[in-house]
Structure formats: C-alpha cells, structure tokens
Ligand binder design. Structure first.
Ligand code: ATP
Ligand code: MG
Length: 284
C-alpha cells in the first residue's frame, strides 16, 4: 500500500513541493519527464499534475493528498481538508487599477468591469462589501485587460507586485492571502492514514526547523543568568563552563522571527562570540 500525492508538475509551486518532499527524506527521480515516479525509500507515489486539477483528483480519490495554493481551494471548494499550511507559494489576490485612475474605497469600482481568473472569490468579496461590479472572467494575461479596453480594473495573484507595476497598474485592495497547503481526502484507509501520519511528522519537523535557529554564545559568568533570560528557548538554555575562568557557553534555539531583535539584546547584555546555525530537523 502506498500514499499517493498530487503535486504541481510545472509552475510556481513545483520546486517548493519537490524540495519539501526531499527535505523530508523522500527521494525520487523525475528524470525523462516521468509523471508518476515512486519514492525510492518511502511508500509514496507522486503524480505530477496541473495545479487546478489537484483538488479534484484528491476529492475523487485518484490521489490521497496533494499540495495546492489556498487560492485554488477558495475559488473552487472541493471535498478536501487542509491538513497543514506549508509556508511557501505565498501570494495575495489583489485588486489593481490603472496608475492614473482615481480610487478611494471599493465603492469606486461600483458599476465597473473587473477582469479576473477568480470570479467566485471576487463575487463574494464584492457582495460582502455591498458593492456591485461587473466581474469578467478571463483565464490568463489578466494584467493587460485594462490597457486593451477589456476592463476598468483587474484582480490577480501578486507576490512582489512587479508584474502589476510594469503593466501600469496600482494595487489598491487585498482580497485574499494565500500559501501552499497540504490537502487530503476525508476518507482514507487506516493503512494510508498511518503513512500520512509519518509524512506529516516529517513535514512538521522540517517546518519547525526552518522557523528556528540554533544559537551558541559565550557569556561572562556573572551576566549568564541575565543573558539566558533573553533566550526564549524550547526549554531553558543549556549552560556549560568554558575552559577560561569566568566564562560560560550558552546554547539555545530561537525563532527565526525574533532573531535580530534577540541578537541585539544579547550583545548589549554582554554576550560574545555569538554563532547562529540553521537546523536540519526538529523533532518535537
Ligand atoms: P498550472 O500549469 O499547473 O495550471 P498555473 O499557471 O495555473 O499552473 P502558477 O502560475 O504556477 O499556476 O501558480 C501556481 C500557484 O502558485 C498559484 O495558484 C498560487 O497559489 C501560487 N503563487 C505564488 N505566487 C504567485 C504569483 N505571484 N502569481 C501567481 N501565483 C502565485
Ligand atoms: Mg493552473
């Protein structure tokens, strides 16, 4: 019995998805354009698909789990459950108007034509804000719609915003924030469920590792307690005496997000020789 996972073949989620599996120790070769490789050392079969098809395949039982953008799920809800958000493929669905156009609130778009590939999300968003607009569905190249007279505004996925900018558009609203998510079919056999638990355990270890750093530093013994208090580690930090009299070495784990702030405070408190290392796996 194998767990079958559907991931994007080519596109913005493809590299993140294969990299995540590889970091989980699940190796496979997709050389020669193989669309259905089997993992070498884990009971997993991989299907490479178009991203829009993934929720359907998981809901229909062709695959057991999949990796897809939350935006795709919001547009076309399917009978799948989100098991874990994966932290890559971050983007937002935004509304943008031509640079020179006036815009104050969403009501500025009342009666206007909005081009988008996300008509369901947009329709709900406008309804929730009691604004009536004309949602015009197009499947791609949304950002050129205003300049060819097809729409007054657009709603499209953005990460840096540079595509909008280079097409003479200005971002004015965020409709939805999105990232890649692991989805599953609600019904799985006990055997497949057990393999999924193993995959999840590995994914969570990898994710925790990438959100944390391992920090080592030297502190004068008389300042060690004050310095240790600045380290909100998993448990209290490890402290070891150094060969040099009057100094200790302190080890701990800190959150990536707190990192720069903590380092500044450690230096002010008298820490020296601060080393920060990335963590490969973090087993809770
Ligand atoms: P496919 O050929 O598989 O249908 P696609 O062209 O529909 O691919 P991509 O452009 O590869 O899709 O985007 C896949 C997903 O990547 C999006 O659904 C979204 O979740 C995410 N994403 C992240 N950043 C962006 C961005 N700047 N623009 C578009 N999608 C983004
Ligand atoms: Mg697609």
């Amino acid at each position: 019995m194998k767990l079958r996972i559907a991931i994007q073949k080519q596109g913005r989620l493809a590299d993140g998805s294969t990299a995540l599996l590889k970091r989980c120790g699940i190796g496979f070769s997709n050389g020669l354009g193989k669309l259905r490789p089997e993992a070498e050392d884990f009971p997993l079969e991989i299907f490479f698909l178009r991203d829009d098809d993934i929720p359907d395949y998981v809901a229909d039982g062709v695959a057991d789990i999949g990796i897809v953008g939350e935006n795709v799920l919001a547009e076309q809800p399917k009978n799948v459950e989100v098991v874990e958000r994966l932290g890559f493929g971050r983007c937002r669905l935004s509304i943008a108007v031509p640079k020179g156009d006036e815009y104050s609130t969403l009501a500025s778009l009342s009666g206007k034509r909005i081009a988008t590939s996300y008509p369901n999300i947009l329709t709900k968003y406008f309804a929730a804000n009691s604004v009536e607009a004309n949602i015009h569905e197009i499947s791609g190249s949304v950002e050129i719609a205003p300049s060819i007279g097809l729409a007054d505004a657009v709603s499209d996925l953005v990460s840096s915003g540079s595509t909008l900018f280079s097409n003479g558009l200005r971002e004015v609203e965020t409709v939805l924030e999105s990232q890649a998510a692991l989805i599953r079919r609600p019904e799985l056999s006990a055997e497949v469920e057990a393999i999924l638990d193993q995959v999840l355990f590995r994914i969570r270890s990898v994710r925790a590792a990438s959100q944390n750093k391992y920090i080592l530093l030297n502190a004068p013994t008389d300042k060690a307690d004050a310095i240790a208090k600045l380290l909100p580690g998993i448990k209290s930090p490890t402290m070891m005496p150094l060969a040099e009299e009057g100094w200790v070495s302190i080890h701990s784990v800190i959150k990536q997000n707190d990192f720069w702030e903590v380092v500044d405070r450690l230096k002010q408190a008298g820490a020296e020789g601060i080393l920060v290392l990335s963590i490969d796996q973090m087993i809770g």
